[in-house]
Design a protein around this ligand. Structure first.
Ligand code: ADP
Ligand code: MG
Length: 426
């Protein structure tokens, strides 16, 4: 009894371990079991089939038959993986069966294993159209059919006494059904979770976009409204030159405020986040520096940038990358009213590219650093409080991180870490 139980438990473990390993290491971002990881899953399933076959178990009522759960990984692997995976699993199981050897069993086993390889893939198309519950029903029937095949093949080809050991076949049926159902449920659950996870990410991105577009149109409408008001005033009544000048002054301020909002967001408010490209951090920083150089000159800030000797690659839309650099650099320049030094550095390690932007400006208290990135958080008379929010949103989308070290009256240092691109430099 004990022996039988431990045999079954061993087999159950052999059946489950590929799924657990897969779940631990490979599940993220995968949409269909076996679709993305055919190679590794085929190896895991081959090991599973082999172990099942080398450590079979025996039922109490008969000494003549040995069983194992090989059909579970064989059927699941062939069904989810298709003909190529099925072929590998067939070859592995055939070789193992020949190594184990012994009597009539070999022929039946080989026939059965071949039948699984030949027939099961025919179900694939229909199978993947089914809802999860029906899939479990179908796979249970395939498993039962496969056992019936063995029973009848034994009876027909070798006159095995089918009726006398009907109870054993029945228990075997329950046994194998239980494990194939459990395994399928786990696989289907993993796939469903992946699906939900992916959709949530998409949903989150859309939410950021809709939130941003709503607030940008709101923010720009205000100045436009004010400008419109002044134009109407000028239109309906004759004002003296002084009054007119005053109005134009107001209108100009409103236009500038709209411009600031647009430039804080501008490149960010593009409709998708998916147009990723591989860019050189050094080249893009160079471009960003040339854009902010005039602004720095205006505040007598000198820019130091060395790093053009190398090329570190990351995957990010080049506009958004520049937006990150420009929004941070602008804040730095604005923090150095009486002039100062703005430094850019680029470093790379195994997995990341690190961009360091440091200023000698007025710095921030710990509290202020924490509030960075909050929408509309600004300490400036004409600030939008959008610059850092946009920086944080962009970085979140490309899995970048930012660390801020700041000392009041000393300066601020931004450490921005980007995941390194998989592309190799040309
Ligand atoms: P804005 O620049 O429109 O005020 P931001 O989101 O770009 O909005 O910045 C928010 C606030 O964070 C700024 O108003 C400023 O007080 C603070 N800040 C950002 N960067 C720096 C910096 N380099 N040095 C000092 N303060 C900074
Ligand atoms: Mg700013």
């Amino acid at each position: 009894m004990n022996e039988m139980l431990s045999g079954i438990i061993n087999n159950a473990f052999f059946v489950f371990f590929p799924i657990f390993l897969y779940y631990l290491f490979y599940h993220q971002g995968r949409d269909r079991f076996f679709n993305n990881d055919k190679f590794i899953l085929t190896i895991l399933f081959s090991i599973s089939v082999t172990l099942c076959m080398f450590f079979p178990y025996q039922f109490l009522m008969t000494e003549d038959y040995l069983f194992d759960l090989r059909q579970v990984p064989l059927i699941i692997g062939t069904l989810y993986g298709g003909y190529i995976v099925g072929a590998v699993l067939f070859v592995v199981s055939a070789v193992v069966r020949l190594i184990i050897g012994g009597g009539d069993g070999v022929v039946i086993a080989l026939l059965n294993q071949f039948a699984i390889f030949a027939v099961v893939p025919l179900f694939r198309r229909a199978y993947f159209k089914l809802v999860h519950r029906k899939r479990i029903a179908v796979i249970t029937m395939i498993s039962a059919g496969s056992l019936a095949f063995n029973a009848f093949a034994g009876a027909l080809l070798f006159n095995d006494p089918l009726l006398e050991v009907l109870d054993m076949w029945f228990i075997l049926l329950l046994n194998q059904s239980l494990f194939i159902i459990l395994t399928t449920i786990v696989i289907e659950r993993i796939m469903k979770n992946n699906y939900i996870e992916q959709n949530m990410q998409k949903h989150e991105k859309l939410e950021v976009i809709s939130h941003l577009s709503a607030s940008i149109s709101h923010e720009i409408r205000n100045p436009l409204q004010v400008i419109k008001g002044f134009i109407q005033l000028l239109h309906t009544k004759e004002y003296d030159r002084e009054k007119q000048k005053e109005f134009y002054q107001y209108m100009n301020e409103e236009i500038e405020s709209a411009e600031r909002i647009i430039s804080d967001y501008l490149m960010f408010a593009k409709p998708t986040f998916d147009d990723q490209e591989t860019i050189s951090v050094e080249r893009e920083i160079e471009k960003a520096v040339s854009i902010i150089q005039p602004y720095a000159n205006l505040s007598s800030v000198s820019i130091q940038y060395t790093g053009l000797a190398s090329d570190h690659l990351i995957d990010c839309d080049h506009q958004r990358f520049k937006q990150v650099i420009i929004n941070i650099a602008r804040n730095s320049i604005e923090a150095m009213e009486g002039g100062g030094k703005l430094t850019f550095k680029v470093k790379g390690d195994k997995d990341h590219v690190l961009v360091i932007i440091a200023d000698t400006g007025k710095g921030m208290t710990g509290e202020e650093v924490i509030r960075l990135g909050e929408p509309y958080y600004s300490n400036k008379a004409t600030g939008t409080g959008l610059g850092m929010m946009v920086v944080y949103s962009i970085l979140k989308n490309i899995h970048g991180t930012i660390e801020v070290n700041s000392m009041p009256d000393k300066g601020t240092e931004f450490l921005i870490r980007f995941p390194k691109s998989m592309q190799q430099p040309k």
